[in-house]
Design a protein around this ligand. Structure first.
Ligand SMILES: NC(=O)c1ccc[n+]([C@@H]2O[C@H](COP(=O)([O-])OP(=O)(O)OC[C@H]3O[C@@H](n4cnc5c(N)ncnc54)[C@H](O)[C@@H]3O)[C@@H](O)[C@H]2O)c1
Length: 261
């Protein structure tokens, strides 16, 4: 039986990558889905492809999650089209990777706006309906950068650590009102975002092989592996999970030394 039938979900940053995989899997599990993304054309293409493949109501809405007005407009359009939102996946994010003293105020502001504050602003938009109906799930896509850090990636881990704090803070606040708020922390996942990191190296193919070799399973995470856990957290089966952070990083963050076995 479809695990999300009758539910309506917004997935931010769903035009591609992990968000697109979550939107696809949610629709396959019976949910109506909003593909919300700053990339309007790609979002429309992704939504149309998922709708065709699944037969579900899947719509694309253009939204910049660093802009409260844009979020309000997206939420209103989503609600008008599909009704109150049962599930929000805060997935949209950007890599801002710098040596701290080389980073600018604009780097900091962009990273915090997209990787942290956007999740709060989107959650704030959907919470009143969820509270009124005493039902809802919010899933924040964080990163293993929320538990461990790498040199040269500032201030991304600052935002991702804070997103874990946001998850826990809101989870406890609203657990008694029927709302489940949890997180997923993927490790290196095979998306355009990861490819952008490889492409910055002089030999992108070698950079990819090196990163694959450092993952205990010897490969990158697949977006559909993140989507599978998102289905659980979105479903009624996970309602006793409060402020959890499900790590899907192939064991990288439990390893004692970077090159340890
Ligand atoms: N790929 C990885 O290795 C990895 C690992 C850990 C965590 N993550 C996290 O997973 C999430 C998805 O990453 P991905 O790899 O699929 O990235 P991606 O770049 O492939 O997809 C991100 C999507 O977010 C959208 N987006 C960016 N800024 C936006 C904004 N201001 N408003 C609305 N949409 C916006 C982009 O247009 C894009 O479609 C991010 O939060 C990222 O930090 C990724």
């Amino acid at each position: 039986m479809a695990r999300l039938s009758g539910k309506t979900a917004i997935v931010t940053g769903a035009a591609r990558g992990i968000g697109a995989a979550i939107a696809r899997r949610f629709a396959a599990e019976g949910a109506a889905v909003v593909v919300a993304d700053i990339l309007a054309d790609l979002a429309a293409e992704t939504a149309a492809g998922i709708a065709q493949a699944t037969g579900q109501r899947v719509i694309a809405l253009t939204c910049d999650i660093s802009d409260a007005g844009s979020i309000a407009a997206m939420h209103k359009a989503a609600r008008d089209a599909l009704g109150p939102i049962d599930v929000l996946v805060n997935n949209a994010g950007v890599n801002v990777f710098r040596e701290p003293l080389q980073s600018t105020e604009a780097d900091w502001a962009r990273c915090m706006a997209v990787d942290l504050e956007g999740a709060w602003l989107c959650t704030r938009a959907v919470l009143p309906d969820m509270i009124a109906r005493r039902d809802g799930a919010v899933i924040n896509i964080i990163s293993n950068h929320a538990m461990t850090v790498m040199r040269g990636t500032f201030p991304y881990p600052v935002a991702k650590h804070a997103l874990l704090g946001l998850t826990r803070s809101l989870a406890l606040e609203y657990a008694g009102r029927g709302i489940s708020i949890n997180a997923i922390s993927p490790g290196y996942t095979d998306t355009a975002l990861a490819q952008e990191v490889f492409d910055k190296s002089p030999d992108p193919a070698k950079a990819r092989r090196d990163v694959e070799a450092r993952q205990p399973p010897g490969r990158l995470c697949r977006p559909d592996e993140v989507a599978a856990v998102a289905v659980l957290l979105a479903s009624d089966e996970a309602r006793f999970m409060v402020g959890e952070n499900v790590v899907i990083d192939g064991g990288v963050s439990i390893r004692m030394y970077e090159d340890g076995i």
